[in-house]
Design a protein around this ligand. Structure first.
Ligand SMILES: NC(=O)c1ccc[n+]([C@@H]2O[C@H](COP(=O)([O-])OP(=O)(O)OC[C@H]3O[C@@H](n4cnc5c(N)ncnc54)[C@H](OP(=O)(O)O)[C@@H]3O)[C@@H](O)[C@H]2O)c1
Length: 248
């Protein structure tokens, strides 16, 4: 299948922020590949968008599973031959039990499983899809982080410690910097951003922002011009009225 449109892959896009990013990227003329680990959920989400006229394709993708990522990559290569945009959105925040909120008592298994989804999976999917960006020397990679991962602000911030989640997103930030360094000299730009506290299954009902608002910065970073930001960490644009950087 050939298309002049940019091909935008969004991980974990059956609900929450990923769904909102998919809707907005499609609205501005990209062909979005909506992905989910659960096919029923993903096809339902795709149907909601295609029923409204959005240009969305679908494939299953469990970012923690080597075979799933391989199958997905092969399908992309055969179907489109390239990838232009990758939004690493899929994530988990398992800090629900009191003992998981302290570094002194958090289970190592919780640390492992959180890192598996939030960090190693970002590396896995990036390794798989960057070759499909190199085909045209064009790529925009957007890693979803959180300002809770800004180590500079830890002494004064007001967030829960959330050790597994925070440290995993510190890992995402580190990955962003190192990947950007490795991609220097190419037209593949990789950046991270904090979408802010949003009303999603993860964020809960008390959050001040919607997923649609949190998605705006992803769209900005996914559509950077050539020579744009590389290896930087951005705050949510809705809160600050435009793109501003967060300290690492
Ligand atoms: N909500 C907030 O306030 C907030 C703030 C800062 C950053 N973030 C970040 O924003 C991103 C999206 O969060 P959200 O609020 O939209 O969370 P959410 O509503 O819980 O959605 C998470 C998404 O990730 C998917 N996912 C989890 N593990 C996966 C896997 N192994 N393979 C594929 N998909 C997987 C989930 O799929 P299933 O439906 O199958 O579970 C779901 O689609 C995350 O990276 C999160 O850390 C959120």
């Amino acid at each position: 299948m050939t298309t002049e449109k940019r091909i935008a892959v969004v991980t974990g896009s059956n609900r929450g922020l990923g769904y909102a990013i998919s809707r907005q990227l499609s609205k501005i003329g990209n062909r979005v590949i909506l992905t989910s680990r659960n096919e029923t959920d993903g096809l339902a989400a795709k149907g909601q968008l295609t029923n409204k006229g959005f240009d969305v394709d679908y494939h299953t993708l469990d970012v923690t599973n080597d075979g799933s990522v391989q199958q997905f990559t092969e399908w992309l290569r055969e179907t489109y031959g390239k990838v232009d945009i990758l939004v690493n959105n899929a994530g988990v925040n398992p800090t629900t039990k009191p003992e998981e909120s302290s570094l002194l008592t958090v289970q190592l298994e919780t640390m492992r499983s959180t890192f598996e989804t939030n960090v190693l999976a970002v590396l896995r999917i990036s390794q798989a899809l960057i070759p499909l960006m190199k085909v045209q020397n064009y790529g925009r990679i957007v890693n979803i982080s959180t300002e809770m991962a800004s180590l500079t602000s830890v002494p004064t911030d007001y967030y829960p410690l959330a050790p597994s989640y925070r440290l995993s997103k510190v890992g995402v930030n580190g990955l962003t910097v190192l990947l950007a360094k490795e991609l220097q000299g190419t037209n593949i730009l990789v950046n991270a951003y904090s979408p802010g506290w949003m009303k999603t299954d993860m964020g809960g009902d008390d959050a001040p922002f919607t997923a649609e608002e949190g998605a705006e910065t992803a769209v900005y970073l996914a559509t950077l011009p050539d020579g744009g930001a590389q290896g930087l960490f951005f705050a949510e644009m809705r809160k600050f009225g435009g793109p501003i950087q967060v300290q690492w």
